[in-house]
Every structure is written in structure tokens, then in C-alpha cells.
Design a protein around this ligand. Structure first.
Ligand code: GDP
Ligand code: MN
Length: 383
């Protein structure tokens, strides 16, 4: 889950990480004017959208008076911000208002999980403020990595070595070490999946500040962070995924036209592969979970069918603790209340499969015995 810059900075502040002073977020030009007045008459107005490259796209501007702030806010609020990351654009609904800072140097600092080493890694570069991907391409030596042993944690000397290797100004080494330690603690405790400070600014008055902050929380850890619940709700780009999250259903949109309902992540992924192999395009990943009751199965079916692209549904269940007849009851109840017009292929195997098949036989649901047969059937029906 992505946090907005203002949410990320609020979180960082709790861990002592230095961020510019701000006057909160605003959704109207009047609010922006008042916010800039409260900051003493000057302010930076920053579009809060989930994308990098906002500066280049015109989503970040400095106002030298409250009146100018109001004019700038009127331009930024409601604009369709087209960045290199999101070329189709995102409408700006809120802006962050911050104290203007005079940046002497812009560095790059991030923490990301590195799958190959199974560790979190600091990435550090003197070439901040710009796209790190571009730096990686043009000047890979300007990027320094420091992987953190999770059992040992971080040592100051390692941070210093990284700061020297990255050619950051040694005069600020102490402040940057402190910044990195606080950032790391924040990242670990919030179950971060990304913490990116770009730029890490050295101001002309000698402060080390997170001028920008991108922060992502590991979705699988959200259950232990109720404080992010509101942010999680609005962070979904896909409305069906947002609804699935509300209903506690493991759903990922995949963009195709064959809706899938399976149990267990492994069987669900195998089913996706089978549908692909049969020439079809899965609309979603959906794991109903173990021991699913009829009511939950109905709810999952409703969720799948709320996707207007779905032209057919494949239900592939292996009954272990899940009873196949419970699943059949749920599917039948769902089709009765939902007025279903698309074909539904059902393959049930395992616990009480025969009882399930008996129920399916009395309906116009289409039975299949193997996963391959089920995939071939739904693909040919959808066409
Ligand atoms: P991004 O373009 O989405 O990555 O947004 P950033 O917050 O990183 O802003 C882009 C650029 O705007 C930064 O690299 C800075 O150069 C500049 N910037 C942002 N805030 C300030 C500020 O308060 N003062 C000054 N002088 N420049 C700023
Ligand atoms: Mn940035």
C-alpha cells in the first residue's frame, strides 16, 4: 500500500526523521492561502498523488505570498497531472503546504527489500532529486548499496562507509547517519516495503531534511497496522480490490474476462495458468480461503461479477476442510440472487464432491471433472 507524501512525512516525524515544517493538506485555494499565511507568507504547494515526477509535471510550485498561493492552488487542484510514471494522468484532489526550503544539495536515499539477499537494503546516491532509474543507467557507480543483516541491525560505521562511498558531503555525515537510523527504525516498525527519500535535502542553513518521501507498507502486514486502515481504503486504484479489502477477500484484478474463484493461493495460480494455456484471459485472482461457507462463496461470486469485463466464471475448488456441497450451495444461492447472465463452469474435487455435483446437476451451472477440462470449457464458452 502506498502512502501519500503527507502521510509518509507524518509517519517519519513520529520516528524523529527530519521533515520540512508543514501546514497540512488542503482541498481548496482558500485553504491553501490560509495555510501559507500560517507559515509566514511563503510556502511550497505540492500535489498529493501516487506518482513520482510531480515536480516536472507542474504539480509542485513555490508561492511567495498568500495571494500567489491561492492562484497556484487554483491551477494545481483539479488538474490532470501527467507524469512519466502515470502518463494517462491523475487528478489532483489535495495538496500539501510546506515551508519553502533552500536546497544546497540533493541526495537520494531509500530502503527496499532485496529478494536475492533476503535483506533490506539502503540505496544511497549523491545524484538525488532526479529519477534513480536514470542514474542507474547513466552512472551506476554513483549508486551505493548497503544491505542490513536483520539479526545484527545497522552499525554506525557501516552507514559512514556508505556515506563516504556515495561521496556525500562528510560535513553532514553525523546528521545523515542519524537520519538513516531513524528511517530504518520507522521502516521496520511500520512494516515498510519501500521508503524513498528523494531528494534527501541539505539546506543552505545546514539541515538534513526529507524534502520528499515515498513510503509503501507491506500489504500482508496491514492487519497489524489499524492506524493505516483509512489510508489503505483510499490507496486502491481498482474499486473492486478496494471492496474486496473491505470484505476481507483475497482478490487481485488481472484485467481479463474470465472470472476465477478457487481455494488456496497455489490452486488459484495453477488455475490462472490453465486458463492461460487454454487461450483465455483471467479477470482476477480470488482465493475464497479454507473452510468457506455458502454465504462467503456467494459474496465472492458477487465480487467477481461486479467486474463488467467478466464474460464467464470458472470455479475450481479442492475440498479439504472446505466442503464441496457448501461451495455448491453458495454458488447456487449467488446465481439466484444475482441474476447471472454469463456461463459458470464448476469443478469440485475432494471432500463431499459427489454431494456438490448432485446439487450442481439440478442447475444450469456447467460441471467439469478436471481442471484442464474446466479451463477448456470456460474458454470456449467465452469465445
Ligand atoms: P517529485 O517530483 O514527485 O519527486 O517531487 P519532489 O517532492 O521530489 O519535488 C521535486 C523537486 O522539487 C525536488 O527535487 C526539489 O528540487 C524541488 N523542491 C521540492 N520542495 C522544495 C522546496 O521546498 N524548496 C525548493 N527550493 N525546492 C523544492
Ligand atoms: Mn522526489
Amino acid at each position: 500500500m502506498k502512502l501519500h507524501e503527507y502521510q509518509a512525512k507524518d509517519l517519519l516525524k513520529k520516528y524523529g526523521v527530519a521533515v520540512p515544517k508543514n501546514a497540512g493538506i488542503a482541498t481548496s485555494p482558500e485553504q491553501v492561502r490560509i495555510a501559507v499565511e500560517s507559515l509566514g507568507g511563503r510556502g511550497v504547494i505540492k500535489a498529493q498523488v501516487h506518482s513520482g515526477g510531480r515536480g516536472k509535471a507542474g504539480g509542485i510550485k513555490v508561492a511567495n505570498s498568500p495571494q500567489e498561493a491561492e492562484t497556484i492552488a487554483a491551477q494545481i487542484l483539479g488538474m490532470l497531472l501527467k507524469t512519466h510514471q502515470v502518463p494517462e494522468g491523475i487528478t489532483v484532489e489535495q495538496v500539501l503546504i510546506e515551508e519553502p526550503i533552500t536546497i544546497a544539495k540533493e541526495y537520494y536515499l531509500s530502503i527496499v527489500p532485496d529478494r536475492s539477499s533476503q535483506r533490506n537494503v539502503f540505496i544511497l546516491s549523491e545524484k538525488g532529486g532526479m529519477d534513480i532509474e536514470a542514474v542507474a543507467e547513466e552512472d551506476p557507480d554513483a549508486i551505493v548499496h548497503l544491505s542490513v543483516d536483520p539479526l545484527v541491525g545497522i552499525n554506525d560505521f557501516e552507514l559512514r562507509e556508505a556515506i563516504v562511498a556515495a561521496k556525500l558531503d562528510p560535513a553532514f555525515a553525523n546528521k545523515i547517519v542519524l537520519f538513516m537510523k531513524q528511517l530504518y527504525q520507522c521502516y521496520m516498525e511500520a512494516d515498510g516495503a519501500l521508503a524513498e527519500i528523494n531528494p534527501l535535502a541539505i539546506t543552505s542553513d545546514g539541515r538534513v531534511l526529507a524534502a520528499d518521501a515515498k513510503f509503501q507498507i507491506d500489504d500482508s502486514a496491514l492487519f497489524r497496522h489499524k492506524e493505516f486502515e483509512a489510508a489503505a481504503q483510499e490507496s486502491f486504484d481498482n474499486p473492486i480490490e478496494a471492496e474486496a479489502h473491505r470484505q476481507d477477500i483475497a482478490y487481485v484484478g488481472l484485467g481479463g474476462d474470465i472470472g476465477l474463484m478457487c481455494n488456496g493461493a497455489g490452486l488459484t495460480m495453477s488455475t490462472i495458468d490453465e486458463v492461460k494455456r487454454a487461450g483465455g484471459n483471467p479477470a482476477n485472482f480470488l482465493d475464497v480461503g479454507g473452510g468457506a461457507q455458502a454465504e462467503r462463496v456467494s459474496k465472492c461470486l458477487a465480487l467477481i461479477l461486479s467486474d463488467p469485463n467478466v464474460k464467464g466464471v470458472l470455479i475450481n475448488i479442492f475440498g479439504g476442510i472446505t466442503w464441496c456441497d457448501e461451495v455448491a450451495k453458495g454458488v447456487i444461492a449467488g446465481t439466484e440472487t444475482l441474476n447471472v447472465t454469463v456461463p459458470i463452469v464448476v469443478r469440485l474435487a475432494g471432500t463431499r464432491a459427489a454431494e456438490g455435483a448432485e446439487l450442481i446437476a439440478k442447475t444450469n451451472l456447467i460441471p467439469a471433472t478436471t481442471m484442464q477440462e474446466a479451463a477448456a470449457k470456460i474458454v470456449s464458452l467465452v469465445g
